[in-house]
Every structure is written in C-alpha cells, then in structure tokens.
Design a protein around this ligand. Sequence first.
Ligand code: SOE
Length: 397
Amino acid sequence: MAQDGHGPGRLRVAMVGHGFMGAAHSQAWRTAPRFFDLGVEPEMAVVVGRDAERTEAARRQYGWQAASTDWRQVVADPDIDVVDIVSPGSSHVEVAIAALEAGKHVLCEKPLANTVDEAEAMTAAATAAAERGVRAMVGFSYRRVPAVAFARQLVADGRIGTVRQVRALYLQDWLADEDGPMTWRLDKALAGSGSLGDIGAHAIDLVEHVTGAQLSTVSGTLETFVHERPLMAEGVGLSGTASSERGQVTVDDAAFFLGRLTGGAAEGAIGTFEATRYATGRKNGLTLEVSGSEGAIQFDLESMNELRLYESSAPAGEQGFRRILVTEPEHPWMAAWWPTGHLIGYEHTFSHQVTDFVRAIVAGTDPQPSFADGLHVQRVLDAVERSAADGSAWTVI
Ligand code: SOE
C-alpha cells in the first residue's frame, strides 16, 4: 500500500480475467470507494487476459490503467498490492498461490478451486500469508446482499428459534436450448464441475452463512441432459454464437442433494438443495427458505431487496409471512446508498464485497469468507460428486 503523505494511501489492483465476473468486479472497484470510506484509494492498475486484443478492449471498457497478457509478470510486480482472480476455476490455484507468495492480497472468485487438493494448497498458502499480514478472501458475493446479511442476523438473534429445515434452490435456464454453444463452464478441465460448482456452491455458502451451521453429510445425484453442443464461433461466455463443429459437455447440468447440518442454531437440521441451468423460465432464481421452531425466513434473489419473515408468535388472525423491504439505513451496507425504499441490484453485492475486503486489509484483519470457507464448500461439492458416483445413501464431508 503506497503512502504519499497526502490523504489515504493507494492500493494498486490487478485483475486476472475479464469475462462476466470481470465486468462485475471492475464496476465494484470503481464504485466502492465513491460510496464507502475504505481508508485507502484503490487504483485499477492492470487487467490481465490471454488474448491481447480482447484484454485491451476490456481495459478500455472497464477503465483499467493498463492491459497485460502475462499474469506472472503482473503478480511479481512490486507496484501491485492486490490480485483479483476472475478467470476460470482451473487457473485459480496457480495464480492465487503465486500472488500470496509474492505478498499480494488475493480476492478469488468462487468456487475457490476445481478440486479439494487445489483448495487445500490455496488455503495453506493463505494461512502462511496471513502470518505476514497478507489477506485472502473468496468471492461468495451473495453474502453481501443486505437481505441475506439481515436474515443471518435474525437467525443469530433467535428470531425463528431452532432451525430444523432449509430449502435452497439455484435455478437458471441459460442451457435449456440444446443448440446453445459450449462455454468454458461446460468443460470439466476448466470449470471443475457444472451447475454443482458454479451455482450450487452459492446455495451451499448461502445456507451455511445464514444459519451459522456447516454441512456434515450429503446424499446427492447429478444429471447431464445434453452431452454434446456446438462449439463457440464468436463471442465469449453466455452470449457467444454457435459454430458448425461440436464439443463434449463434461460436467453436470443439474445437481440435487440432501444435506445434514451441524452447529449454530441449526444443529441437526436437514436441507434440500437443487442447482440447475435447465429450469425453464427461471433466469437467476436463488431462493432460500429456513424453517425454525418459532418462525421462518424466505429469500428470493429475483426480489433481492425483500425478506419474508414468519413469526409463530403473531396473533392467530395475523399468521403468515410478512414482507420486509430491506432498504433502511439500519440494514447492512444500505446507509451508504439511496434514501429508504430506493432499491439496489446485483452489482451492489460486488461493491460491498470490495468494501469489506479492502477494509479488512486496512484494518489488518482476515476477511470473510476465507479460503478455509472456500475449501469447506469444495469438500461439500466433492462429497456430492462422490455420493452421486457411487449411489451411497449418505457421504461424509
Ligand atoms: C453463471 O451461472 C453465473 O454467472 C455464476 O457463475 C455466478 O456466480 C452467478 O452470480 C450468476 O450466474
């Protein structure tokens, strides 16, 4: 962190990757310091990608100072303080460990890695780095939806009593068209797994974050509906166009599992999970329902400024869920935004993530979720895959 004696110091950021998540993170690096006091001024120093032309286009579009195709050189640059990893999962382990060893704080997109072994190596590197004051965080951005953080507070305050059941669904439909082209997200070598790791990981982290408990055993099944797709002709990511050649889909299209929770207010609770990109009509539907002994909570990402709360103590004539608009200055992060009742969106979660990450760096504390949290989620993903492969009833994480 450079200090020039005038105002807050600078924090020079390098971002590795520039797809959809690169766009989301770029706007967060730009916006967070304008709305939150971070104690330091982040500088969008350099964006890194494999293709020079595309990386330069990303630099111009998102407002980075420089573009590079050499992540090793960037990570070794003494002028860089933070490495933000938004590239496909297969690259996380190498870039994150090199960055941590070079003394850079690391923010890494979810899932933390493609395998448990990789996540363990990354967590070991983060633990060693923390002893030198270097911070690491994994990007489970939905923790930073104000309604989600508020739900966690309500559960911790005992407002719904002992948690007995949870239901977490992450439903998208962008693969429902079987002529839709391949993306790196459908290649196991690049993505690690399919719906399970890409969006199921969010559902796992959300349940554990809101309840304060951890999954201990799971029983799951995976399905791949479309095994071959046209290769990408032009474009990248979710908006590419199809070529006449075809490629193999090597990941799951949909994942379903049961899980048992341990710890916090949800000791002994049981949960059902579903993650799919074939739920026609559902675009980015992440829903969570937590049923406790004295009440319940419902959250739906497609109405992310709301939380539904049921309290069984309400008079008989007033039973039912009530809608809370989570836009008050009392709600997490909301005081920094608009007057009460004015809504926020998907992008704000990334600004909150950058805010909390940078504040932890400045305060010299470990940001959450940690790489150890990311490793735990990786173990859950692995246990679901093992359970699905051998058909065993319950698989220990
Ligand atoms: C694609 O399914 C995706 O972009 C995920 O990778 C993100 O984590 C999620 O926020 C939205 O959907």
